[in-house]
Design a protein around this ligand. Structure first.
Ligand code: NDP
Ligand code: 2IT
Length: 445
C-alpha cells in the first residue's frame, strides 16, 4: 500500500511517461484527497487509486481526409474511455494541434470527478484529434469530421459513450459528426450532445459552461456576502465558454474588460457591452477571425502575444486552455486586488498559481466544479433525448442553477475548514467518493 503521495505519483509517472498534463491532474486530485484516504484506508486496500488512474479503454485511430486541393492528409484520432462506474462515458472532443494522449488522459481523468459532481449518471471520457481547424473551409471540416466518425461510430452509443464539444468542436462539427453516425448506423440516437435544436439538441447547452461558471462564482461570492455588481472581470479566451461567461457577467452587473485568443488580448476599460459581445460572437462563430479585430473596431488596447492577467480586476475567469495562468501571473492578479478566480477552462491554473491563490485567501473555484455546467446540461440533453421531449429555456436554466448550487454545497461540505472553503479539496473529495464507492460496489472490474 502507498504511504505517500510522492510514492504513488512515482508509479503513475513511470507507467505513463511523457504525459505531463496527466501527471499534473492526477497529482492535484491525489494530494487533496490523501488525508481522506488515510482516514478511509479501504479505498487504498481495494486499489481504487491504481484503478482510477488507468483508463478502462483507449482507442487510437487513423483519420485520413482530403483537403480542397485534393491532397490527402492524415491525423490521429482518440477516444479515452476512462471510467464508467456511474454511467456511460461522457465528455467532449477536442480538435487542436496540441492534442495527444497525455492531454486527453488529463481531460478524461478530470471529467470523471466533474461528472460525478453534477449529480447526473455520467462516467468520464474524452477524445479528439491533433487536427487544426484554423483556416480550414467548411468542406474540409466536414471531410475531416466524417472520416473521424467513420471509425469512432463503432465505439460509441447512447448507453455506451456520448461525446460532445470542446476546443475546436462546436455546433458545426457536432452536426457533421452526427450526420455521419446516423448514416453509418441507420439510427437516430442521442449519441452526441451539443446538437442543433431542430435535431435533438437542448436549449441552453451552448450557454451552459459559461453561464454555469458564473453561477458558481456567484455562489462563492454569496458565501462571502458579496456579488457581481460593479465587479471588474478579466476573462481569457473568446470561444464558447468565454462568450457566455461574458454574457452572464454583464447580466449580473459586472464589467468584463478583457477577452483573448491565441494571438493576444483585448483590454477594453469601458467594458464589453451586449452589442460589442454580439460583434465578438459574429467574429468568432461566423467569420472565424482574430480578436484583434475588436480592438481595431472599438479602438481599445490590444496586447499582442499577451494573456489578460496583467489587467486590474476583482474576478478572473480563465476560459481558454490548460496552464494559462502561471505563478507570476497569479501573484500579479493578487497584487492588483483580484479576490476570486473561477476556472471556466480545464486546468487553466498551474499548480504554483493555485498555491498562490490558496495561500493568499483568494476564492478559487477549480474547473471540475466551476465548468461542470456544460456537461451537466449535456446530461439534461441525454435525458430529453431518452424521453423524446424538450424542456423550455427557463426549465433548463433553472436546473442548471440548481446543479451549480448543489456542486457548490458539495465543495463546502468537504472543503470547509474554519471560516474558509478549500474548493479544490472539496470538489475532489466529493467527486471521488461517489465514483470510488460505485467501483467498490461493482467488484474488481
Ligand atoms: P473554443 O474552441 O470555443 O475556444 C477556445 C478559446 O481558447 C479560443 O479563444 C482559443 O483561441 C483559445 N485557445 C485555445 N487553445 C489555446 C492555446 N493553446 N493558447 C491560447 N489560447 C488558446 O473552446 P471552448 O470555449 O469550448 O473551451 C475553452 C476551455 O473550456 C477549454 O479548456 C475546454 O476544455 C473548457 N471547457 C469547455 C466546455 C464546453 O462545453 N465547450 C465545458 C467545460 C470546459 P484561438 O481561436 O486563437 O485558438
Ligand atoms: O470539458 C467538458 O466538460 C466538456 N468539454 C463538455 C463535455 C460534455 O460532454 O458536454
Amino acid at each position: 500500500m502507498y504511504t505517500s503521495v510522492d510514492q504513488f505519483m512515482e508509479t503513475v509517472i513511470n507507467k505513463n511517461p511523457a504525459e505531463e498534463e496527466f501527471h499534473q491532474a492526477v497529482k492535484e486530485v491525489v494530494e487533496s484527497i490523501w488525508d481522506y484516504l488515510e482516514d478511509n484506508p479501504h479505498y487504498l486496500h481495494h486499489k481504487i487509486l491504481d484503478r482510477i488512474v488507468e483508463p478502462e479503454r483507449v482507442i487510437m485511430f487513423r483519420v485520413p481526409w482530403r483537403d480542397d486541393q485534393g491532397n490527402v492528409n492524415v491525423n490521429r484520432g482518440f477516444r479515452v474511455e476512462f471510467n464508467s462506474a456511474i454511467g456511460p462515458y461522457k465528455g467532449g472532443l477536442r480538435f487542436h494541434p496540441s492534442v495527444d494522449l497525455g492531454i486527453l488522459k488529463f481531460l478524461g481523468f478530470e471529467q470523471i470527478f466533474k461528472n460525478s459532481l453534477t449529480t447526473l449518471p455520467m462516467g468520464g471520457g474524452k477524445g479528439g484529434s491533433d487536427f487544426d481547424p484554423k483556416g480550414k473551409s467548411d468542406n474540409e471540416i466536414m471531410s475531416f469530421c466524417q472520416s473521424f466518425m467513420s471509425e469512432l461510430f463503432r465505439h460509441i452509443g447512447p448507453n455506451t459513450d456520448v461525446p460532445a464539444g470542446d476546443i475546436g468542436v462546436g455546433g458545426r462539427e457536432i452536426g457533421f459528426m452526427f450526420g455521419q453516425y446516423k448514416r453509418l448506423c441507420n439510427e437516430f440516437a442521442g449519441v452526441l450532445t451539443g446538437k442543433g435544436l431542430n435535431w435533438g439538441g437542448s436549449l441552453i447547452r451552448p450557454e451552459a459552461t459559461g453561464y454555469g461558471a458564473v453561477y458558481f462564482a456567484k455562489e462563492m461570492l454569496n458565501e462571502n456576502g458579496d456579488n457581481f455588481k460593479g465587479k471588474t472581470v478579466a476573462i481569457s479566451g473568446s470561444g464558447n465558454v468565454a462568450q457566455f461567461a461574458t454574457e452572464k457577467v454583464i447580466q449580473l452587473g459586472g464589467k468584463v474588460v478583457t477577452l483573448s485568443d491565441s494571438t493576444g488580448t483585448i483590454y477594453d476599460a469601458d467594458g464589453i457591452d451586449g452589442e460589442k459581445l454580439q460583434f465578438i460572437m459574429d467574429l468568432k462563430n461566423k467569420k472565424r477571425g482574430r480578436i484583434k479585430e475588436y480592438a481595431d473596431k472599438y479602438g481599445c488596447e490590444y496586447w499582442s502575444d499577451k494573456r489578460p492577467w496583467g489587467a486590474k480586476c476583482d474576478v478572473a475567469i480563465p476560459c481558454a486552455t490548460q496552464n494559462e495562468i502561471n505563478g507570476d501571473e497569479a501573484k500579479h492578479l493578487v497584487k492588483n486586488g483580484c479576490l476570486c478566480v473561477v476556472e471556466g477552462a480545464n486546468m487553466p491554473t498551474e499548480p504554483e498559481a493555485v498555491e498562490v491563490f490558496l495561500e493568499k485567501g483568494v476564492l478559487f473555484g477549480p474547473g471540475k466544479a466551476a465548468n461542470a455546467g456544460g456537461v451537466a446540461v449535456s446530461g439534461l440533453e441525454m435525458s430529453q433525448n431518452s424521453m423524446r421531449l424538450n424542456w423550455s429555456r427557463e426549465e433548463v436554466d433553472e436546473k442548471l442553477k440548481d446543479i451549480m448550487k448543489n456542486i457548490h454545497s458539495q465543495c463546502v461540505k468537504y472543503g470547509k475548514s474554519g471560516d474558509s472553503v478549500n474548493y479544490v479539496k472539496g470538489a475532489n473529495i466529493a467527486g471521488f467518493i461517489k465514483v470510488a464507492d460505485s467501483m467498490l460496489d461493482q467488484g474488481v472490474v
